[in-house]
Design a protein around this ligand. Structure first.
Ligand code: GDP
Length: 446
């Protein structure tokens, strides 16, 4: 994933600085130059990057930093703040209320990923207990209705559209009316996209908007256009009241950083990013947790969000309770592996945590990783209850390791590798100690 590359370059630069025995001007400059290079490669505007560098140097005056001050922390914090500034639209996103009927209209150019994103958005909310519905008011692109129908059916979301009717306004109105009657609380209207910003597209958008009176208009944009996102977002904003932006294809293009910063410059909040073609390759976008992740500092709120999404509602409190206790046993690892195999990519949940990113379940290597997890579980099947329930790594001595290897028909080396993986996960898990636990059924409190 390209964003991971940007994050990797930035966290590597920070790591190198941390490895230096003394942090002097040269070390700081090297670190900032590496970060600058990574941001420019991601198509972030030159002026933004230059200002960021100047500001950090102003804040971090190495001579003034009194001895005993943690220079690394101060530098990291300054970089964090400056990156947040670049991505902050200065305006919070408009929030919709579950249970109260809302109409959300999607706009964007053809090929931007609009139809796919409509379903991802509906699916995301459905998993959080909303009652979404999809209306296909794209009568321009042949096959648009079929595509929406297919996606909606897969996600078990009600949909409305027509093969015969060519008036998008009529379809939109009929669809919205119908789903209002059915008490849907999130009615999503997909509109036509054209190849470029043309008058007819904007006129049609205005008409659909006037007729359906959406509570929120979401502009969908392909990240591959990088900085050019500024002009595109402005043009759409001038024609219709865009309340939020979703940037797609963040997995496939090097220019994601440029697109994100350019949209922020139009003062439009980005609310989600698309990270793949599949329905669940969709992430909430929030500036601070996002930058946190880029810097390799972890993303706790994203982690909680994914837990809510991936772990069944009734199992969430138990998992959170265990997390908050901070005691990670091999049995917990086993149970988590079981859930992962049942529910799909662990990468999605654990990539939010520092040190975990894409290691356990790297993208494109899911099959291999699943096989690895199954192998680990076979070895754990040969463990005693005492071993599974202990969080004392010293318990696993040589003779126990040999017994487990024999019992599971695996090599000693493999058992040791599994125990290493356990230690690594335990370290990350322990950081969750003291986590605030929501009451049963009240996950929204997080
Ligand atoms: P529309 O014309 O704007 O409605 O675009 P579509 O929804 O038909 O998407 C165009 C193409 O982009 C399809 O092949 C989608 O699968 C793909 N796509 C959409 N979102 C993403 C994303 O986040 N990542 C990737 N890799 N592909 C995406």
């Amino acid at each position: 994933m390209v964003l991971a590359q940007l994050g990797g370059s930035i966290s590597r630069a920070l790591q190198q600085m941390s490895n230096a025995t003394i942090i002097d001007e040269k070390v700081l400059n090297d670190c900032l130059n590496d970060i600058t290079r990574a941001l420019l490669q991601s198509d972030v505007q030159f002026k933004l990057v230059r200002d960021m560098q100047t500001n950090i140097k102003k804040i971090v005056n190495l001579d003034d930093l009194a001895a005993g001050h943690n220079k690394r922390k101060i530098i990291q914090q300054a970089i964090f703040n400056e990156l947040c500034k670049i991505l902050d639209p200065g305006k919070p996103a408009f929030t919709l209320k579950k249970g109260k009927t809302s109409v959300v209209m999607f706009v964007g150019l053809q090929g931007s990923g609009k139809t796919t994103t409509c379903t991802k958005y509906a699916y995301y909310h459905q998993k959080k207990g909303w009652k979404p519905a999809l209306v296909c008011a794209d009568t321009f692109r042949a096959g648009a209705f079929d595509q929406l129908k297919q996606n909606a059916t897969k996600a078990k979301i009600p949909f409305y559209g027509s093969y015969m009717e060519s008036d998008p306004v009529k379809i939109a109105v009929e669809g919205v009316e119908r789903f209002k009657k059915e008490n849907c609380d999130l009615i999503i209207v997909d509109t036509s996209g054209r190849h470029k910003q043309e008058a007819a597209l904007f006129e049609e958008m205005r008409q659909v908007s006037e007729a359906t009176k959406p509570d929120l208009v979401i502009f969908v944009m392909d990240s591959s256009i990088g900085q050019a996102a500024f002009d595109q977002a402005q043009a759409f904003k001038q024609s219709v009241a865009v309340g939020a932006v979703i940037i797609t294809k963040m997995d496939g293009h090097a220019k994601g950083g440029g697109a994100l910063s350019a949209v922020a410059a139009t003062k439009s909040p980005v609310i989600f990013i698309g990270t793949g073609e599949h329905m669940d390759e969709f992430e909430v976008f929030d500036v601070k947790p996002f930058v946190s992740r880029l810097l390799g500092m972890g993303d706790w709120s994203g982690f909680m969000d994914k837990i809510q999404e991936v772990v069944p509602m009734d199992q969430q409190p138990e998992l959170l309770q265990k997390l908050s206790e901070g005691n990670f046993t091999l049995r917990i690892m086993y149970e988590q592996f079981q859930k992962i195999l049942k529910m799909g990519p662990i990468g999605q949940v654990f990539s939010m945590l520092p040190g975990f990113r894409a290691e356990l379940m790297p993208k494109g290597r899911e099959k291999e990783s699943q096989a690895k997890i199954k192998r680990y579980m076979t070895m754990m099947d040969s463990m005693t209850n005492e071993e599974l329930d202990s969080s004392n790594p010293k318990l696993m001595n040589e003779s126990r390791i040999m017994r487990i290897a024999r019992g599971s028909g695996r090599q000693i080396r493999e058992v040791m590798e599994m125990l290493e993986e356990y230690k690594r996960l335990a370290k990350i898990w322990s950081k969750m100690k003291g986590l605030k636990i929501p009451k049963k059924g009240d996950m929204s409190a997080l």
